[in-house]
Design a protein around this ligand. Sequence first.
Ligand SMILES: Cc1cc2nc3c(=O)[nH]c(=O)nc-3n(C[C@H](O)[C@H](O)[C@H](O)COP(=O)(O)O)c2cc1C
Length: 323
Amino acid sequence: MNLSTVYMSMKLRNPIIVASCGLTGTPEKVKACADAGAGAIVLKSIFEEQIEADLGNMAGDGAWYPEAVDYINSYGMQNAVSNYLELLEKSRNLTDIPIMPSIHCFGKGNWTDFAKQLESAGASAIELNAYILASDPRRTGRENENTILDIVSDIKSQISIPVAVKIGSHFSSISSFASELDGCGVDGIVLFNRFFRIDFDIENLAVVNGSMFSTPDETEQVLRWVSLISPVTSCDIAATTGIHDGEAVIKQLLAGANAVQVCSTLYNNGLGVIADMHGFVADWMNRHNYNSIEDFRERLSSRNSGNPAEFQRVQFMKASVKA
Ligand SMILES: Cc1cc2nc3c(=O)[nH]c(=O)nc-3n(C[C@H](O)[C@H](O)[C@H](O)COP(=O)(O)O)c2cc1C
């Protein structure tokens, strides 16, 4: 069965991309993901603070994102840039599937030169992990969005390989923002990043870590937005969050995604899940007489489903649940 797909002009042997996470943080782990059948791989993100510090542009004033501190503690500060380039180069040598570095960024800076180095080092594309927690009451949503659009425009002007932007779901108008990304020349949108969560320990009155991994039901909100956005953007779409099995992969492709990114299920169930997903998708395509993913991709997007209103329904006006 032909499972190939095209994502941001890259031909992938299948639509299962291993998302940026600890499973893509060393060349050996990248090779293991490729050997397990991944269609492409997004490397563990490097943080803007690291790049800036390594390039000598940033004083160590401690005003870093907490994620950057975590990262620096585990991966080290010294030679972050050269270590990351080495991760890319070694990964490239160990496999021939597309490898996409990921940069966590929240500001425009000299670090965009780093993107050029990644391009020269053989990156197939770059993913921008562009997340700003909108917790500052003095900053409007528009200001936060403009920050991301500025970064994207800047980076697009410096490199010629495809650029994807991975966003969270907290926008007042996701569809309009997706159109604006399209207008900046972005090649792909990754919907949606799942962020680190917090929880409360009510016995010790303490803030603790929330659930690190997604659950399958989280894929439903991604499904809605992929269905709504795919008709209004020319960007390719990679769906992520809550995709744990082959059925969820098919749903996202039907909604209009070109590919999916998976993480939690690989941590929980091992890399063998990738082959299980291939098997499920191939079997389903066989049963439905589809020869390629393009034969059915986007069949249930809001444009093609035959019932666009279904995607807009959010209120339980007519509840059919028996109390
Ligand atoms: C342990 C862990 C580390 C992650 N690190 C990154 C990262 O460095 N950059 C990034 O963009 N996303 C990161 N993510 C988010 C994943 O790439 C993915 O988007 C998210 O987990 C949703 O997919 P899932 O439901 O399949 O887990 C991480 C997730 C986990 C669980």
